[in-house]
Design a protein around this ligand. Sequence first.
Ligand code: SF4
Length: 347
Amino acid sequence: MSNQAILQIKTLYKHFPVAHTVKDRLARRPHQVVHAVDGVSFDVARGEILALVGESGSGKTTVGMNILGLQVPTRGQILFDGHNIADWAKGRLRPDGSPEDLGKLSRRRQIMALHRRAQMVFQDPYESLNPRQRIFDIVAEPLEIHGLVSNREEKQARVRAALEDSGLVPADHFWNRYPDELSGGQRQRVVIAGALVLEPELLIADEPVSMLDVSIRAEILTLLQNLRLAHGITILYTTHDLATAGYFTDRMAVMYLGRIVEIGPTIEVLKAPCHPYTQALVSVAPVPNPRKRRKRMILQGEVPNPIQVPPGCRFHPRCPLAEERCKQSDPPFVEVTQNHKAACLLL
Ligand code: SF4
């Protein structure tokens, strides 16, 4: 896998310091951090669609922000096509390299160069579009920022291709409109077109359908799948929704409290989940045939505070199968079948 991997995440940590008040200092309370991402590793092969699944607060969006250099990792490596983005984000320069070596550029230009090849589609199509800009200008803006077109004809051709690839056909029927003249699904297609216009190799789709009506979710997911087929785009799809992840992804990584607890081929993870957390998620996910529904496994309690991560297995306060040893030992990953791994002491 790693030979063809466009993206390799190696023991990535992202901790956010909690503000230390005067009261804290007087009471000699130690500095605290939010463990948003706490030692995450995975690869994504070129042309693959990987789902990063987890509840809100599991750290999946933070992983995406770090991959795009929008946040600086606390530790770990993020290799995009062999280059360590974690170093670029810190503004470190790399001495080696070809003309393509982004390490020779300033931090801002490194991140710009990265964003020509890797783009993010955000969750909320209502917030991510400027209501005062026409659709044409919204989609053309990244081309101008990156200085990729030299004349109006070229710009029109690229905007037209991006809009039509995103399912807004014919493009000139849409490009003079404003966002509030479009439906939620059409707006999300405009957001996707704004990412596609740069012809990226990697798309990070952060909960792209969670704000949309159920009736148009499948259309947007099918669009993403078609983009992979037509352009070979690699997609990292972050979601809390197992059903949509099962619809179109190749592999699935399940996150809990800043860690991946299970990763494997999507079909296998959904059919035979190994980690109790994944088992609970699968048991409550909607299924087309109610007779095939599993016995529901309802988790007790809330996700613990990421400032005070439980010792041992971090899932133990909510795990229905927890044993005494789970409070002390942090479970390592165990290979269940080829390419399917989970972190539980019972495996
Ligand atoms: Fe549950 Fe223990 Fe497995 Fe953690 S290690 S998931 S607490 S059984």
